[in-house]
Write a protein that binds this ligand. Structure first.
Ligand code: NAD
Length: 270
């Protein structure tokens, strides 16, 4: 089979550059296009040079429609409104859409899911093998331990440029804990604490957010009981783990029927 032709949107971003490097390193994938927002200073530059690889002959452009026309898939780690737009364009073109963007509102999640009736979309708040495995372990632990006796808290730390909180990964882990307990994370979680909060609501899943420096991503799930606590943690040392996961997801989704898939499907962890 010919190499899968992939377009990177948000090509000049931190993840965009990691995705360009990952595509060139994985057998069966080829960089077919690189897209940035209109007016971005990187428009016209060679995508490979920007990613530190040397020239690849793929200039960064601002015309997503033209880039999608000859491609098999798009890798998208951009911003929520942009990902909604790219989902619609990928659906029109009938190509695979891999969405790593976090911080989407419920309405934006719904719009992206709606596009999945016309193309295969893989969406995950974290594309690494380690975090998805951690989610499976958290779900098992939450199912095994009585909610009345064990409090679950999700802690995360990221670099100072991150714009959404809690992180997509923190939600992914919170969702896993909620599934294990058979509760709705939306209504049974505490996202922020400040001032006279009163005692911790029993059974709720708590979140705590730290920001600073260049931390790629650290997540811990603390399960605290009377006299003992358990901590499950993941530390991302390099963005390449997310980028490799995204390329793997694209190759997995090639030829699949339209639908909204997750990294658990890609990794066979369902
Ligand atoms: P970044 O700000 O470095 O990069 C985002 C890029 O998207 C920028 O270059 C920006 O110009 C571009 N962009 C925005 N709107 C655009 C549009 N309409 N068209 C084309 N390009 C557009 O951010 P980052 O650190 O690379 O993270 C990007 C997203 O990926 C964030 O939501 C982050 O939380 C998420 N992320 C997800 C994972 C995962 O595994 N799912 C891992 C890391 C980061």
């Amino acid at each position: 089979m010919a190499d899968m032709k992939l377009v990177v949107v948000g090509a000049a971003g931190r993840m965009g550059q990691a995705l360009i490097r990952a595509i060139t390193a994985v057998d069966g994938a080829a960089l077919a296009g690189a897209v940035e927002r209109a007016g971005a200073p990187e428009i016209g530059r060679d995508a490979g040079e920007l990613a530190g690889l040397g020239a690849l002959g793929v200039p960064i452009a601002d015309d997503a429609e033209a880039a999608f026309a000859g491609a098999d898939g798009v890798l998208d780690f951009t911003a929520p409104a942009a990902s909604v737009e790219f989902a619609e364009r990928a659906a029109e073109a009938g190509i695979v859409h891999i969405v790593g963007t976090t911080g989407c509102t419920p309405e934006q999640e719904r719009q992206i899911a709606a596009a999945a009736d016309r193309c295969a979309i893989v969406k995950s708040g974290n594309m690494s093998l380690g975090v998805n495995l951690l989610g499976v372990l958290v779900e098992q632990a939450a199912r095994a331990l009585e909610a009345a006796d064990w409090d679950i808290e999700v802690l995360e730390m990221h670099h100072k440029h991150k714009v959404d909180a809690p992180s997509g990964t923190a939600y992914l882990l919170g969702e896993a804990a909620a599934r294990g307990r058979g509760i709705d994370l939306e209504t049974e979680s505490v996202r922020v604490r400040d001032g006279q909060t009163g005692p911790r609501p029993s059974g709720a899943i708590g979140f705590a957010t730290l920001r600073g420096g260049s931390v790629v991503g650290e997540h811990s799930v603390v399960i605290a009981g009377e006299g003992e606590s358990i901590e499950l943690m993941h530390r991302a040392l390099d963005r390449s783990i997310f980028a490799r996961g995204a390329v793997k997801a694209a190759l997995w989704a090639r030829g699949r029927p339209p639908g909204l898939y997750s990294m658990l499907d890609v990794l066979g962890l369902t």
